[in-house]
Design a protein around this ligand. Structure first.
Ligand code: GDP
Length: 322
């Protein structure tokens, strides 16, 4: 039985990847920064099927002990503060976990499990204000916040261990990927949740920042499949994982509100305070390499994704009723 170690297993991607690996017959061990029930909500349905360990990638000895005890053959690193605004508030902690955490993991693999295959969750934030559009595996980095800078470090450290120590280590450059399990700090979930709640009379308006901001939004379930495929290849390589399409925040509003039979223009209020500088332009990935070498193609369209999220939010709001 293959053992996979997933750091940051309680996040959106950790929960989808756990499901995929359990279906494939893996033993899944995951680390979480806290064993409090609140942060583990996304794993509720997998209780008893995944083994949870408390770890936040800050302590090398503890991490190496986890490797000695569990001997993972595949390691997926999702440990990070994924909401980038937080990285401006806590730049030192963001660097410790997102950047140094990767070195600690790679060191543990090099010393204890050199045959293990390593996936680093890299991010489109490494392109920040992009030098070219669309962005591919060869686009120069130009990060614009501590999160993006730390992700560049993690990305390059992964390449360095691959090239210098011969590890099977690769980075997936992930563009925005969403789902009903996405935190409402991100705009797609904020919108789908508000559309559902307004439909049910639980809220009256939705305050947003820039409606013209565009992103390349995909479905998280599709992205974890690509991550797994990356670790099944004969040789380790980095891949952009994206849909190659962009939509605006306004498109998201239109799609989400129309799913519940409403016109977003009656409920959305633009709030200058929610606009964040510097605004990124033209972040869109070129998934050509993944399409060709992984034979990967996102299966869920933008419209299907938004509908899936609104439907789940309707169900949740009806259940919680507040
Ligand atoms: P990220 O910025 O790519 O990490 O993802 P977000 O989902 O947080 O934001 C996507 C885009 O939506 C950004 O350009 C935001 O400026 C824009 N946006 C507009 N209104 C909001 C809002 O109320 N909340 C957030 N999070 N983003 C907003």
């Amino acid at each position: 039985m293959t053992t996979a170690l997933i750091t940051g297993i309680a996040g959106q991607d950790g929960s989808y990847l756990s499901e995929l690996l359990l279906e494939k017959g893996y033993r899944v061990v995951g680390t979480v920064p806290s064993l409090q029930p609140g942060p583990l909500l996304r794993l509720r349905h997998l209780q008893g099927r995944v083994e949870l360990l408390r770890d936040d990638l800050l302590d090398q000895d503890r991490l190496e002990e986890i490797f000695r005890r569990h001997r993972p053959q595949e390691v997926y690193n999702f440990a990070s503060h994924s909401f980038l605004a937080d990285s401006f508030l806590q730049p030192i902690r963001a660097t410790e976990v997102i950047a140094m955490g990767v070195t600690r993991l790679l060191e543990a693999i090099r010393k204890i499990a050199p045959e293990a295959r390593f996936f680093q969750a890299s991010s489109s934030e490494i392109f920040g204000k992009p030098i070219e559009t669309p962005q591919s595996e060869t686009t120069p980095f130009h990060p614009r916040n501590p999160y993006g800078v730390s992700k560049v470090y993690g990305h390059l450290m992964t390449v360095t261990y691959r090239e210098n120590h011969g590890l099977f280590a690769c980075s997936g450059i992930l563009f925005n990927h969403e789902s009903p399990r996405r935190s409402p700090e991100f705009v797609p979930r904020k919108i789908t949740r508000a559309a559902a709640r307004i439909r049910l009379g639980l809220d009256r308006e939705l305050r947003l920042g820039n409606l013209d901001a565009r992103r390349d939004w995909g479905y998280a379930g599709d992205y974890v499949r690509a991550m797994w495929l990356m670790l099944q290849r004969d040789r380790p390589e980095d891949f952009v994982l994206a849909t190659g399409e962009t939509h605006s925040v306004r498109d998201l509003c239109e799609e989400a509100f129309s799913r519940v039979g409403l016109d977003y223009r009656e409920f959305v209020v633009t709030d200058a305070g929610a606009c964040r500088p510097p605004e990124k332009e033209q972040l869109v990935g070129n998934p050509g390499k993944a399409r060709k070498l992984l034979e990967w193609k996102p299966q869920v369209t933008f419209r299907e994704l938004v509908r899936m999220m609104v439907d789940a939010d309707l169900e949740e709001a009806r259940r919680d009723g507040c």
